[in-house]
Design a binder for this molecule. Structure first.
Ligand code: NOJ
Length: 528
């Protein structure tokens, strides 16, 4: 099996993790200082959100340079030092590559908008009217009213799928394609092991289509993969394709496109099942997911740096989930929910742990979001998605141990709410407490590494499990794990399959027959 198929990924926001130079903003050398922690937690792959130079109107997803780092994060030398240390620990580094667009402050765009004759004009997509491609949806519906913005200077509209400060690149221009290969090569040379391809479904535009997942886009992504296979074999592409199942699966193609893709289909169904206390939505979606081509893997996740997207559910289900998980309008953004995991669970850490158990036992490679492993809170008073990107809470000292800068200098305030402030939620306290959420999650992560078959093994649902219980076995032929989860706050009775079952964590033996699960309890058992 390839390393990424059974790895534990950890997504971190570099500005939030650890500030090594006291300027109030996290940096690469700060992350390097915290690798002991990540290793202790059992992380195999460190995923860095964008670190390139940027005016930061979309937190680095507005690219000003594909090569230079944003000065907040350090220098290329700091990147080298980080990557070396990651590799020395046997871990891998995944970085974001924003393929779809740049910032309007990128030199290409500045040059392109100078005049219609600019050699860079064709790096972007222009039109005399804002009426072209009417079938294309607007993604950031809370901020944008059109995918076209008028450029006064050159007298045409430019195309953008996200903020108007993020003009889309024109992939019909071979030079743009070449630029992306160059960027891939640059970061591979520096030691990156994998790339998250941001917003990869939207690379091409074609009349009469919604501009998503077009054949041309797949062809180009295959070229990227071939480029890596030829020049940097083993380098992994992880696609961010927030698409319906029938459109998501083609990103794996015949095993010759992306090796990995985020599972945007399963994620919302986990929350829906929990809300309804009914295993059916989750069971259905897992059952309906076809097997992947050899060498491919899902990246499964509960939360990330964006809103919890509800784009892939029906409007009725979206409304149901909005009402349940984000009763206040300020907790919503676009078609999603801008809250962290612990507040979504009303601070009930039994539920948080139970969701982690699902994440770690369902098929796929799990992606953890920084801070969720200690049950960090969010701050909806911050704009956009910033409320889930606050400083990591390392201890209960000044600035939660994140930075030695004066609090007024921090890029964002540390969470101060009564339930989630650093005195209540921090790494140091949880490390010292063997019953903490952090230890519970670590225990699961380490146990997962001991059992085979979780990456791809077959999923069999326990027949007759009560609705509020998610119960399945995972098996690769030689080994069988039984995972039980009670989605409800009431006791539930399940019937264990024939055989003798040993608890993975406390080694207690249970015979087949009736077994009672407490409120939100989860269990991992292996067949003896
Ligand atoms: C997806 C990223 O996750 C999000 O944070 C960003 O705003 C958009 N792509 C645009 O790049």
């Amino acid at each position: 099996m390839n390393w990424y198929e059974d790895s534990i990924f950890y997504e971190l926001y570099p500005r939030a993790f650890c500030d090594s130079d006291g300027d109030g903003r996290g940096d690469l050398l700060g992350i390097r200082q915290k690798l002991d922690y990540l290793q202790w937690l059992g992380v195999d792959v460190v995923w860095l959100l964008p670190i390139g130079d940027s005016p930061l109107r979309d937190d680095g997803y507005d690219v000003r340079s594909y090569y230079q780092l944003h000065p907040d994060f350090g220098t290329i030398e700091s990147f080298r030092m980080l990557v070396d240390e990651v590799h020395a620990r046997g871990m891998k580094l995944l970085i974001d590559l924003v393929v779809n667009h740049t910032s309007d402050e990128h030199a290409w765009f500045k040059e392109a908008r100078r005049s219609k004759d600019s050699p860079y004009r064709d790096y972007y997509v222009w039109s005399d009217t804002p009426d072209k491609y009417p079938e294309v949806r607007i993604i950031f519906i809370d901020t944008e009213t059109s995918n076209w913005t008028y450029d006064e200077g050159s007298g045409q509209y430019y195309w953008h799928r996200f903020f108007s400060s993020q003009p889309d690149l024109n992939y019909d221009n071979p030079k743009v394609q070449e630029e992306m290969f160059r960027a891939l090569a640059y970061w591979c040379e520096l030691g990156a092991d994998a790339f998250r391809l941001d917003a990869c479904p939207y690379l091409f535009e074609r009349d009469g289509t919604n501009g998503e997942s077009l054949p041309e886009t797949h062809d180009f992504l295959k070229k990227m993969r071939a480029f890596l296979d030829t020049n940097y074999p083993g380098t992994v592409l992880l696609g961010e394709a927030n698409q319906m199942p029938e459109d998501l699966l083609p990103y794996f193609s015949d095993g010759d496109e992306m090796q990995m893709s985020f599972n945007f289909i399963v994620m919302p169904q986990i929350y829906l099942s929990l809300k309804r206390q009914d295993h059916t939505p989750l069971m259905r979606v897992v059952r309906d997911t076809p097997p992947l081509p050899e060498g491919c893997q899902w990246a499964t996740f509960l939360r990330n740096h964006d809103e919890l997207t509800l784009e892939m559910v029906t409007p009725e289900v979206r409304q149901e989930m909005w009402e349940h998980y984000s009763p206040y309008m300020n907790q919503r953004i676009n078609l999603g929910i801008r809250r962290r995991l612990a507040p979504l669970m009303d601070g009930d850490l039994r539920r948080v742990a139970m969701l982690y158990s699902l994440l770690l036992t369902l098929p796929g490679a799990p992606v953890l979001y920084y801070g969720d492993e200690i049950g960090m809170g969010d701050d909806v008073s911050l704009p956009d998605r910033n409320g889930v990107r606050t400083p990591m809470q390392w201890d209960d000292g000044p600035n939660a141990g994140f930075s030695t800068a004066p609090a007024s200098k921090l890029y964002a305030p540390v969470i101060a709410s009564a339930d989630y402030n650093p005195a209540k939620v921090n790494v140091a306290a949880q490390m010292a407490d063997p019953n903490s959420l952090l230890h519970t999650i670590r225990k699961m992560v380490l146990a997962r590494k001991q059992v085979s078959g979780l990456a791809h093994g077959a999923v069999e649902w326990l027949p007759n499990a009560p609705k509020p219980v998610v119960a399945f076995t995972r098996s690769d032929g030689s080994f069988m794990l039984l995972a039980l989860h009670n989605l409800s706050g009431d006791e539930q009775m399940v019937t264990l399959p024939p055989g003798s079952w040993r608890d993975v964590f406390d080694a207690t033996q249970t015979a087949a027959g009736s077994f009672t699960l407490g409120a939100y309890e989860w269990r991992w058992m292996v067949a003896e």
